[in-house]
Design a protein around this ligand. Structure first.
Ligand code: FES
Length: 105
């Protein structure tokens, strides 16, 4: 398992917003909701679309392609057609800096 890597500043991810990052050859997307930050693979487990392009409502992210919803806190697939979770990664905030540790699943 790798360690934390500094990936962005907290100002790069506004509340309700997101930013895309490539880390360790993985595309991930960082979200902020109410001051907490979440990081998940930018991949829908249904058919591989870019999940981060979807709309976020609360903690639910809808895939832009067929509409499967995922919980950004856990990666869990909430609705069909996705049935498998997408990977979530650990986020740490130090001052204004955001760090991510990739969790291989
Ligand atoms: S590719 Fe995401 S729901 Fe089908």
């Amino acid at each position: 398992m790798s360690g934390f890597v500094k990936v962005a500043s907290t100002q790069d991810v506004p509340d309700g917003g997101k930013t895309y990052i490539e880390i360790e050859d993985r595309l991930v997307v960082l979200f902020q909701v109410d001051g907490d930050f979440y990081c998940l693979d930018d991949v829908c487990t249904h058919d591989g679309d870019l999940l981060g392009e979807g709309k976020l409502h609360g903690y639910e992210l809808a895939c832009p392609r067929h509409g499967a919803k995922f919980d950004i806190r856990t990666g869990r697939a909430l609705t069909m057609p996705a049935t498998e979770p997408t990977a979530v990664h650990e986020v740490k905030v130090e001052g204004d800096d955001l760090y991510v540790r990739i969790i291989d699943t």
